[in-house]
Design a protein around this ligand. Structure first.
Ligand code: ZN
Length: 189
């Protein structure tokens, strides 16, 4: 069982990667503090089939995960999404991260085909995440959302556009009970 702190509510590889920076009780928490954390995250993505064993194998073949560039990518990407930049802008920004380790493909034992970056490590990981982001950015205006709980930093995809919270059990209920409390308070005063 992988590390459950790594949430999978983003719904795609790129958003789950951005969600490794979270808010816990009002404090920002970075879940990627060591190269081991990065490997733990890859294993978690493998468990839920966001990454295939063949992709993970390639990434860890050169296990030089440098936290600086990974964090820098994550922060810049979060900023572009928060600023609601256009698809073209985000896609061209992301494409620059695919250049250092472009994609090839491999076929696994079951005959499934997977995009695999030519280099592993940091460059390979950024390449795969950026590739996922380019595919996602195409539909971003309707599908990528940031949780409406102001105390939460999670992104997720929504098909209907109506989903407001990353998770009903946490952020949804918290926001609802807060509004209910305000309403009650308003009635008393
Ligand atoms: Zn949330």
């Amino acid at each position: 069982m992988g590390d459950a702190r790594f949430t999978t509510l983003g719904g795609t590889l790129m958003l789950d990667f951005l969600n490794t920076f979270q808010m816990h009780q009002g404090q920002p928490v970075d879940l990627l503090m060591t190269a081991c954390d990065v490997i733990g995250w890859l294993e978690r993505m493998g468990e839920i089939h966001r990454l295939s064993p063949i992709q993970i194998e390639r990434l860890v073949a050169a296990p030089t995960f440098s936290l600086g560039p990974l964090r820098e990518f994550r922060l810049s990407c979060r900023t572009l999404l928060d600023e609601q930049r256009s698809f073209a802008e985000i896609a061209s920004w992301l494409t620059a991260f695919i250049d250092p380790s472009p994609m090839t493909f491999l076929v696994d034992a079951q005959g499934s085909v997977f995009a695999v970056p030519v280099k592993g490590g940091t460059a390979g990981l950024l390449s795969l995440v950026a590739y996922d982001g380019v595919k996602l950015a195409k539909a971003r205006s309707t599908s990528i959302k940031r949780c409406e709980n102001p105390q939460c930093m999670a992104y997720f995809i929504t098909q209907s556009g109506r989903r407001k919270w990353c998770a009903m059990e946490t952020c949804g209920n918290r926001q609802k009970s807060y509004r209910h409390y305000r309403k009650l308070k308003g009635n008393i005063m």
